[in-house]
Structures are given as C-alpha cells and as structure tokens.
Design a binder for this molecule. Structure first.
Ligand code: ADP
Ligand code: AMP
Length: 216
C-alpha cells in the first residue's frame, strides 16, 4: 500500500505521471480537478457553483474538495492512492493527514515536480485529453499516433479544457505560488519530500518517481 502526492504547478505533468502509476502499479488516481469537471458535466448544484471559479483559474473552496476526497477514500480498498492536484492548500494538507490517519494509513511520498515557469504556457496551451479514458496528449511533444484517435482506447472524443488558455493559466500560477507552493516547505519539514526534475522526458520523470516510491 503506497500513497503518494504529486505536487507541482499546472502543466508540471502530474496527470501524465498519475496515469502511468495507475497502469504500472494498479494504484488509484484521485484528481480533484477531474472530480470537479465531472460534477460540472453532470450539471449538479455543486458543479454549477464551481464552474466560474474554475474557468477563471481560481481555487474551489477547501470544504468542497476535502468533501470529494473524503467520499472517495471512504470506499477504501486499493493498492494505494495517487493524489493529483490535491492538496492545494495547507488546510487541505492537514485534512488529508487526518483522513489517512483515521484509515490507519499514511503518506509514503510527496513528489515535488519541478519545472521552469516558461515551459508551462506551452505545455498547457498544447494539451488535449481523451474524454473517455483520460489519456493526456500534447500537440508537439506527445500527439496521438493517428490524428484524432486516442492511442489508449481508440476513442475519437479528444477534448481541450476550457481553462487551458494563457489568461486562466496566469491566474492558476498565481494561486499556485500563493497557496500551494508553501506545501513544499511543509512536506520537506515533515521529511516526506522528493524533488523530481519534471522538465525531463516523460519516461525519465517516471523513473525518478518510481525510485522514490520504491524507497518509501
Ligand atoms: P498537470 O496534470 O500537472 O497539469 P499534465 O500531465 O496534464 O500536467 O501535462 C501537461 C501537458 O504537458 C500535457 O499536454 C502533457 O502531454 C505534457 N507533458 C507532461 N509531461 C511532460 C514531459 N515530461 N515533457 C514534455 N511534455 C510533457
Ligand atoms: P486541475 O485539473 O488539477 O488543473 O484543476 C482544475 C481546476 O479545478 C483548478 O484550477 C481549480 O479551480 C479546481 N481545483 C482542482 N483541485 C483543487 C483543489 N485541490 N483545491 C481547490 N481547487 C481545485
């Protein structure tokens, strides 16, 4: 049982690496961004309430995202969780520690995915994903083999996110530096942090993460 947080700014490659861990290790990816997008597309009250904040690149309230994670963890039974895009505030980090503690579990590793801000605009504006299986692609660095067809599941339902534009990215980055980046110091002080060069090739980043998990 391994529980890991992937921590880094938008575009660092958290989702890409989470998907690999799901395939290679049978772990469960818990992406609060995906959960919130699902809530939006289902048209739930909560989904409608968070839509404007997400499009502008702001953070949804702690109460909502902690509630989403609590619900997923209460189902139990997995080879370990990959927290992708959660926690994003100190309050969320404390809540996660409490939730895992209540389940008799702990965090095994926190991976700080380090990138230069300069690459993020390119990564985010070139990103598209498969709406059916969640596979992540990029116009330049990782396009689908056949244009318009997902390599993983064959779907032609490839989509771009509404918030993957430069304006929203600027706001998301601001939120990241103000509210999320302090978590790097927090987890470093707790002794859980491993820094990974997320500018490297996807395979090399994966190898570094794997090494950190095998140590943990
Ligand atoms: P995050 O989940 O952290 O926002 P993603 O995993 O969605 O980031 O990656 C953002 C974009 O960058 C995607 O288009 C993805 O294909 C691309 N990408 C991810 N990792 C790398 C990498 N190591 N090198 C180049 N491009 C990458
Ligand atoms: P992501 O898919 O991780 O890039 O998240 C997309 C958007 O969802 C963010 O810009 C926020 O508006 C919202 N969001 C996702 N996770 C969180 C979180 N842990 N706390 C607050 N807002 C979140």
């Amino acid at each position: 049982m391994t529980n890991v947080i992937l921590l880094g700014p938008p575009g660092a490659g958290k989702g890409t690496q989470a998907k690999r861990l799901v395939t290679e290790r049978g772990m469960v990816q818990l992406s609060t961004g995906d959960m919130l997008r699902e809530a939006r597309s289902s048209g739930s009250d909560m989904g409608l309430r968070v839509a404007a904040v997400m499009d502008a690149g702001g953070l949804v309230t702690d109460e909502i995202v902690i509630g989403l994670i609590r619900e997923k963890l209460s189902h139990g039974g997995s080879a370990g969780y990959i927290f992708d895009g959660f926690p994003r505030t100190l309050a969320q980090a404390d809540a996660l520690g409490d939730l895992l503690g209540q389940m008799g579990q702990r965090l095994d590793a926190v991976i700080a995915m380090e990138v230069d801000d300069g690459v993020l605009v390119r990564r985010i504006t070139g990103r598209y994903t498969c709406a059916d299986c969640g596979a992540v692609y990029h116009d330049e660095t990782h396009p689908t083999t056949r244009p318009g067809v997902c390599d993983s599941c064959g779907s032609t339902n490839l989509v771009r996110r509404a918030d993957d534009n430069e304006d929203s990215l600027r706001h998301r980055l601001m939120e990241y530096y103000k509210k999320t980046s302090p978590l790097i110091g927090y987890y470093y002080a707790k002794g859980d942090l491993t820094r990974v060069d997320a500018l490297a090739r996807v395979e090399d980043v994966a190898a570094e993460i794997s090494m950190a998990l095998n140590k943990g």
